[in-house]
Design a protein around this ligand. Structure first.
Ligand SMILES: *Cc1c(COP(=O)(O)O)cnc(C)c1O
Length: 428
């Protein structure tokens, strides 16, 4: 496959952009080689600057659940563009967007829109602290909640990919109130609540984790977090930036029937535009300014172009509940066949999958937390990634990321992913 234009662009990019990329994990550091520069995409396929095409199993890290350039979404954006790209003042569309979200998600009365998942999680933490009057927060190793200071401890995803243990520029004083525990270890959480009575403002968790590969919550893990938070007047925050509107219209709250006090959204909610949101019950949400004193703001929050992209995407998902069945059938089929190939060629693989989130780990052990994900043969993942890339299949460029299936991916694309995986396994 010829990548001469991508290679040239990457050289140029490194002169003008740190590392040549505007988000670190795009740089292929974990898998080696030169990042591919993309020009366009349609449905299940990406097209790069050299004219190569790829089946997309990254889908912009999650947002493109409908596939690329869905005509309903792109038409809605074009039509709205005529009416200006920003007001910095209220619009009807924001009200419709908030109502639509509330109609899809259980347990959410109100939403505040922001422009990224990072902002949503940062605001949720501030709101939980302001609401409870307490300072400490519990997060889990390998869970990523955006790049705000207090949440960038053992944060999986990009920091794990780049093997950054501690981030220079974050004063240790900012992290003293962040307690990090292993994912799926409910006993560790109970012990911390015991040790820090009346000090824990919030527990924040990816209710299905996607930033250490895909990791599924163990039986009763989320339920135990719920009851510990209830018993200690602590705010339970589900970070559904990846899972929201993806695993079910109502996210993991709906899928597993566990209620959160605050929920953060991003990715799918913006339909490919920069959008995030915080949702919750009125009594907590009304602590946000201007009703309450927990200040939070954004010049471009609720931006009309971003809102129409998100609104149209969510409307389509609401009108097509069968998409969720399709996504789960396609993705669980892919998972089962990948496991079979592992057995057939004696390659130790663990495949984790929930709905349209899936990850393949080169290990014979279960992957239930970050330590398990890190212990897999991630050198082999590198080779697998490049085999797939050369064959025209774009996986997320790190073993610490989940793959995302879109509704545009059909049996034909799955067949190709499986036949190329088979070739790779056979070559080992
Ligand atoms: C992507 C992600 C974020 C950060 O969202 P950005 O829009 O990249 O700031 C936060 N939490 C989770 C679970 C994510 O996957």
């Amino acid at each position: 496959m010829n990548h001469s234009r991508s290679n040239k662009l990457f050289e140029q990019a490194q002169r003008f952009i740190p590392g040549g990329v505007n988000s670190p994990v795009r740089a292929f550091k974990q898998v080696g080689g030169t990042p591919v520069f993309f020009k366009s995409a349609k449905g299940a396929y990406l097209f790069d600057e050299d004219g190569n095409s790829y089946i997309d199993l990254m889908n912009s890290w999650g947002p493109m659940i409908l596939g690329h350039a869905n005509p309903e979404v792109t038409n809605a954006i074009s039509e709205n563009l005529q009416h200006s790209t920003s007001f910095g003042a209220p619009t009807a569309l924001e009200v419709e967007m908030a109502e639509l979200i509330v109609s899809m998600v259980p347990n959410v009365d109100m939403v505040r829109m922001v422009s990224s998942g990072t902002e949503a999680c940062m605001t949720a933490i501030r709101l939980a602290r302001g609401y409870t009057g307490k300072n400490k927060i519990i997060k889990f190793e390998g869970c990523y909640h955006g790049h705000s200071d207090a949440l960038l401890a053992k944060a999986g995803s990009g920091v794990a990919t780049l093997n950054i243990q501690q981030v220079p520029g974050i004063p240790s004083a900012v992290l003293v109130d962040t307690i990090t525990l292993p994912y799926n270890d409910a006993n560790a959480v109970a012990e911390v609540f015991e040790k820090h009575k009346n000090e824990i403002a919030a527990v924040i968790v990816e209710p299905v984790a996607g930033n250490m590969g895909c990791v599924i919550p163990a039986n009763n893990f989320l339920e135990t977090l719920r009851s510990l938070c209830d018993a200690n007047n602590t705010v339970l925050i589900f970070d559904e930036v990846m899972t929201g509107f993806r695993l079910a219209p109502g996210g993991v709250q709906e899928l597993f029937g566990v209620k959160a006090d605050l929920v953060t959204y991003g990715k799918v909610i913006g339909g490919g535009m920069p959008v995030g949101a915080i949702g919750g019950h009125t009594d907590i949400m009304n602590h946000l300014a201007p009703v309450g004193k927990v200040y939070q703001a954004g010049t471009l929050s609720g931006n009309p172009v971003a809102m129409i992209a998100g609104y149209t995407t969510l409307s389509i998902l609401k009108q097509h509940p069968e998409y969720y069945t399709q996504l789960n059938t396609v993705t669980s089929g892919l998972a089962e066949e990948l496991r079979k190939l592992g057995r057939k060629f004696n390659v130790p693989v663990t495949v984790n999958q929930v709905g349209s989130m899936i990850s393949l780990h080169f290990t014979d052990k279960p992957v239930c937390n970050f330590t398990d994900a890190a212990a897999a043969n991630n050198e082999l993942f590198k080779q697998y990634f490049h085999h797939m890339l050369d064959a025209g299949i774009y996986l997320p460029p790190s073993p610490f990321e989940s793959w995302f299936v879109s509704v545009a991916i059909t049996e034909k694309e799955v067949e190709k992913v499986l036949s190329e995986t088979e070739k790779f396994f056979a070559s080992l």
